[in-house]
Design a protein around this ligand. Structure first.
Ligand code: ADP
Ligand code: MG
Length: 407
C-alpha cells in the first residue's frame, strides 16, 4: 500500500516563484523518501496581495450592502483554486504530473454553514485516482461542498483542517504543515522574537495553544489528527529544519518529559477582545440562563465566562461588541463594556495539579505593572485578561517567569 504524506502549504508559502521552488523541494524530498505526497494549499499571500483571502473579501465588502454567505464563500473559494492551479503548473514544469482539485473535487463534504462550515466526511475517490495514475494531487484547502451542492468555506485557518481531514481519510503516515516559521514556538515570534522552537509537543498542548490564540495551526486540525492518530510535523517552507513533531504522549520519550519542572509549554495571546460585566437583578436565579440564551440567539459566543449571584462577566471578539451591546441593552440590566483588551495564556499539559503556577503568573504580571482584569483556567491553561497595549510586555514577562527560553 502507498505510504501517503499530506503536505499543507500556507498562504505565504505559495506566494512567489521562489517560494514555490521551496514547496517543490519539500514535495520532491517526500517522493525521494518513498512517500506519495498529497498537497493542500491556501490562497496565495496576505491581505493586499491580489488573490489573498482578505483581498477577495474586500471585493464583496466594497460592494456595500453585505453579501450573502453563499456568495462570499463562492468568491473566497477562488483564492485556493487559483493557488492549486498555479502550484500544479509549477510542478508540471519541474517534470511532475500534478492534478489540481477543488475541495469539492477532492471530496470534502461539509455542512451548510457558510463561512464556518464543518467537514462531515471525506470521499477522496478522485484523490486516490490521481495517486493511482502516478500524479501529485494539489488540493484547494479551506473549502468544501455542502450536501446540497453549495461551495462552503471552513473559516480562518481552514486549510489546516482540510489537510488533517484528508490525512485521516487517506490513512496518511504523517501530516506536514509548512508555514513561515520553523515550528511551534514558546510564544508568537512576531510579538516575542526570543521565543524558541519546540522540538516536540503533544496534541493536547498544541490544541490548547491553538484554542487560546496561537494561530500557527487550527485547533480543529490538531483534534482531527489526534483522533486519527496522525503525527503532525510543523515546518518552515524555506528551510530544512525538522520543525516541531506533534504526537501523543506515548510516542514521546518519557525520560525527556519533565512535567514537574516544566508545567508551562508556551505562552499564547489573542488581541481585540471586549469584556462585559453585568449586574443581574438581585434574587433572579435564572439571570445566567436569560443572558446566555440571549447571546446564543444572537449568534454570539462568549469566552472567559464568570458567573456569581451578583455578577456575570465574559468576553467576546471585538467585532461582536456592537451586537453584544444590543443584547445587553435589551435585557436592561446594569452593565459595563470594555474594549481594547487581550487575553494572554500560559499553556501546559503538565500544569494540572502543580501548585504555584497561578502564583507565578500573578507575580510576573504584577512585577511588570500589568493589571489582571479577569482570569479563567482549564486543566492545561491559565488565561488572564489584560489591556491590549500591555500584551507584548505580558508575554515576555511570562516567558521569563517560566524560563521558556532555556530548553
Ligand atoms: P499559514 O498562512 O502558513 O497558515 P499562519 O499565519 O496561519 O500561517 O500561521 C503562522 C504564524 O503563526 C506565524 O507567522 C506566527 O506569527 C504565528 N504564531 C502564533 N503563535 C505561534 C507559536 N507559538 N509558534 C509559532 N508561530 C506562532
Ligand atoms: Mg494558518
Amino acid at each position: 500500500m502507498d505510504r501517503i504524506v499530506v503536505q499543507k502549504f500556507g498562504g505565504t508559502s505559495v506566494a512567489t516563484e521562489e517560494l514555490r521552488a521551496c514547496v517543490a523541494r519539500h514535495i520532491e524530498r517526500a517522493i525521494s523518501e518513498g512517500l506519495r505526497p498529497v498537497v493542500v494549499v491556501s490562497a496565495m499571500g496576505r491581505a493586499g496581495d491580489p488573490y489573498a483571502t482578505d483581498t477577495l473579501l474586500q471585493l464583496v465588502q466594497e460592494a456595500g450592502e453585505s453579501a450573502n454567505g453563499r456568495d462570499v464563500d463562492l468568491l473566497l473559494s477562488c483564492g485556493e483554486v487559483i493557488a492549486t492551479v498555479v502550484l500544479s503548473r509549477f510542478l508540471t514544469r519541474r517534470g511532475h504530473v500534478a492534478r489540481a482539485l477543488t475541495g469539492a473535487q477532492a471530496g470534502l463534504i461539509t455542512d451548510g454553514r457558510f463561512g464556518e462550515a464543518r467537514i462531515l466526511r471525506v470521499e477522496p475517490r478522485r484523490v486516490l485516482e490521481a495517486l493511482a495514475a502516478g500524479e501529485i494531487p494539489v488540493i484547494a484547502g479551506f473549502q468544501g461542498i455542502s450536501q446540497d451542492g453549495e461551495v462552503t468555506t471552513l473559516g480562518r485557518g481552514g486549510s489546516d483542517t482540510s489537510a488533517a481531514a484528508l490525512a485521516v481519510a487517506l490513512s496518511a503516515e504523517a501530516l506536514e504543515v509548512y508555514t513561515d516559521v520553523d515550528g511551534i514556538k514558546t510564544a508568537d515570534p512576531r510579538l516575542f522574537p526570543e521565543a524558541v522552537t519546540l522540538e516536540r509537543a503533544t496534541y493536547r498542548e498544541v490544541a490548547e495553544l491553538a484554542h487560546v490564540g496561537a494561530k500557527i495551526i487550527h485547533p480543529r486540525a490538531v483534534e482531527i489528527a489526534m483522533k486519527g492518530k496522525i503525527p503532525i510535523r510543523i515546518r518552515q517552507t524555506t528551510s530544512d529544519a525538522p520543525g516541531t513533531l506533534v504526537c501523543d504522549d506515548a510516542l514521546l520519550d518519557p525520560m525527556e518529559a519533565e512535567p514537574e519542572d516544566r508545567p508551562v509549554t508556551g505562552i499564547a495571546h489573542i488581541v481585540d477582545r471586549c469584556q462585559a460585566v453585568v449586574s443581574p437583578p438581585a434574587g433572579d436565579s435564572s439571570a445566567a440562563v436569560q443572558l446566555f440564551e440571549a447571546l446564543a440567539a444572537a449568534g454570539i459566543s462568549a469566552d472567559m465566562i464568570y458567573v456569581s449571584p451578583d455578577r456575570i462577566a465574559f468576553i467576546v471578539a471585538g467585532n461582536l461588541e456592537g451586537r453584544m451591546k444590543a443584547v445587553l441593552q435589551k435585557l436592561g440590566w446594569p452593565h459595563a463594556v470594555t474594549g481594547g483588551l487581550a487575553k494572554v495564556s500560559a499553556v501546559g499539559a503538565g500544569m494540572h495539579g502543580v501548585p504555584g503556577v497561578m502564583a507565578k503568573i500573578a507575580r510576573a504580571l504584577h512585577q511588570a505593572g500589568i493589571e489582571i482584569l479577569q482570569t479563567t483556567d482549564s486543566h492545561a491553561n491559565i488565561s488572564c485578561l489584560i489591556r491590549e497595549e500591555e500584551v507584548s510586555k505580558a508575554v515576555s514577562a511570562l516567558h521569563r517567569e517560566f524560563a521558556l527560553g532555556k530548553s
